[in-house]
Design a protein around this ligand. Structure first.
Ligand code: CDV
Length: 311
């Protein structure tokens, strides 16, 4: 049907530290096969979908962490995903840790079309956490140690009959992420996340609050930019650390139209009608008609908040 992209949001259950790539890819492949059987055009996997969330571990020597990274895509372990995609005409989006030939490290998401070709790459821009060991935290989150910020911006791609974009986990908390893609006419944003259900600096913050924050920013990003958003978790108890679930698909009005029920590997499927993005894009969020860029300069010129001086 014109305008409709059948999307499978492929939530991953926990991946333990000693679970090898081959076993993990076997789980992802099972989700892709289910997606194909249910008629999906596209399967969206989560952030760092091939390993446990390794930035929770500290290594003095950063090079010790290189075993968590992929030096080629596809590589030997991930090739079955590409072969299944090409053989069965199904696209996918996959998050992984990327180590480039020049020795650069990125938290990366790729978009693979129905021929099995990589047609899009995004590298996480908003890296959360810290670069050094911080003993006052209840657990570590060392993305700033192991990755450098993405160097590609927020591109979008024309594929599957629409305009597609990607971002990763913490990016969803920043309205700029969605707006930069919105300004390129994005119609569907794929977004994977590994979100701890506790706050390492605020033990009283509940998992419900963490889920609320996650949904709030994805639903706002969808509505304010008149786009579908596919939010895909890695969930459950991973090496003794709990991650929120809540994989969902959000329509351009900001409503959650379907969501995961478990904290395990689970496929959530929805017919995303890209034509449903048109009404808001042509009315309330007709950017050309209503934006006032002359008042937005500070957003690009200033990084940190600077309140006026006190009297
Ligand atoms: N993987 C992430 O980016 N996690 C962050 C946590 C650290 C808050 C998130 O935004 O969910």
């Amino acid at each position: 049907m014109p305008g409709i992209v059948k999307v499978g949001a492929a939530q991953s259950g926990p991946i333990q530290k000693d679970e090898g790539r081959q076993a993990v890819v076997g789980r992802l492949l099972a989700l892709m096969k289910e997606a194909h059987a249910r008629g999906c055009d596209l399967v969206v996997f989560t952030e760092l979908a091939l390993t446990t969330f390794f930035p929770r571990y500290y290594a003095d020597d950063r090079a010790e962490m290189d075993s968590w990274f992929e030096t080629e895509m596809p590589g030997a372990a991930t090739r079955p995903l590409f072969e299944f995609a090409a053989g069965n005409g199904i696209g996918f989006s996959l998050g992984y840790a990327e180590l480039t030939p020049e020795g650069r490290h990125f938290n990366t998401q790729i978009l693979v079309d129905k021929t099995g070709a990589v047609i899009g790459k995004y590298r996480k821009v908003h890296l959360p956490g810290h670069a050094e060991h911080e003993p006052e935290r209840t657990f570590q989150h060392l993305e700033k140690r192991y990755f450098e910020p993405g160097d590609i911006g927020f591109p979008v791609w024309r594929t599957l009959g629409g305009v597609m974009g990607m971002c990763i986990c913490n990016d969803r908390r920043w309205p700029e992420t969605f707006r930069v893609m919105g300004l390129q006419g994005v119609e569907l944003i794929m977004l994977g996340y590994n979100t701890p259900s506790g706050n390492s600096l605020k033990p009283e913050e509940s998992a419900e609050t963490r889920m609320h924050h996650s949904r709030l920013c994805m639903q706002a990003g969808a509505y304010q930019n008149a786009t579908w958003v596919v939010g895909v978790a890695k969930a459950g108890e991973e090496d003794g650390h709990h991650l929120i679930a809540g994989t969902c698909i959000i329509d351009p009005d900001g409503f959650v139209v379907t969501e995961a029920e478990t904290e395990d590997d689970e496929l959530v499927v929805y017919d995303c009608d890209l034509d449903e993005t048109k009404f808001l894009k042509e009315t309330t969020f007709n950017f050309e008609a209503h934006r006032r860029v002359e008042h937005y300069r500070l957003i690009a010129d200033r990084t940190g908040a600077k309140p006026p001086p006190e009297d």
